[in-house]
Write a protein that binds this ligand. Sequence first.
Ligand SMILES: NC(=O)c1ccc[n+]([C@@H]2O[C@H](COP(=O)([O-])OP(=O)(O)OC[C@H]3O[C@@H](n4cnc5c(N)ncnc54)[C@H](O)[C@@H]3O)[C@@H](O)[C@H]2O)c1
Length: 251
Amino acid sequence: MEPLNDNLEGKVALITGACGGIGRAICERLAAEGVRLVLVDIDDEAAQTLAASLDADTFVAALDVSDPEAVTREYERVTKEFASVDILINCAGILSNNKLLATSPEEWRKVMAVNLDSALYWSQAVVPSMRDNGFGRIINICSFAWKAGGLTAGTAYTASKGGMVSLTFSIALEFAGAGITVNGIAPCYVMTPMVSEQLTQEQRDATLELLPVKRFCAPEEVAHAVRFLASPLSGFITGEIIDMNGGLQFD
Ligand SMILES: NC(=O)c1ccc[n+]([C@@H]2O[C@H](COP(=O)([O-])OP(=O)(O)OC[C@H]3O[C@@H](n4cnc5c(N)ncnc54)[C@H](O)[C@@H]3O)[C@@H](O)[C@H]2O)c1
């Protein structure tokens, strides 16, 4: 068993969607703890810029996370730089707000592929060495949509996040005895382009009215929960979905 400490220094974390609002906050938080970072994003230029801005050992893997062959290929490159990945954070995601009757088959497949399939591919890539090392942390950035039905989020997005929760439970159970924990974080309304650009002013105003805490979530708050779950000291927590919904739902 991994020693019971709270030290992340020297560990390797792979973050998908690293250049987004939440991904960047996670990278900055983990870099401050001495974690070595693999930055995965479809936007190569943004990933290179982010890598240069971080005071950490970094490796950039620019790819479309919904492409299983690209994931396999890039993971091989990653393991040449860093022997293995200790912490996987599946954060890449796209939002669509179309509800049932407006959802096309193409939109459904695209959202599922980016939000859900990618988490499967990356988990399959990293789990064998985590199992060999007897230590691993997989943290899936889900969404409050999975249990709320999607207040403003569309049908495909909501279903993709529900699938991610089930994927979390399934892998958590399978590898609980191998020192690998698999958990999710279910935020809502984090102040990133998903909220500032993909919601109308009217939707933002109505949401603020609804939220008991009367403010949007900050990306740093999600990064804080990621850092908590990544700790060796969090090894008894697995198959948990941490709600970050500003009091919208208690359970
Ligand atoms: N912002 C919110 O309110 C909120 C709430 C709940 C859950 N989430 C989830 O948090 C995660 C991050 O969201 P965010 O708000 O930072 O979004 P964002 O749009 O700021 O970042 C998403 C990142 O993913 C990358 N990306 C998109 N498609 C990709 C692909 N096919 N391959 C590789 N990279 C790809 C983008 O380039 C971007 O850097 C998402 O999974 C999202 O669903 C966000």
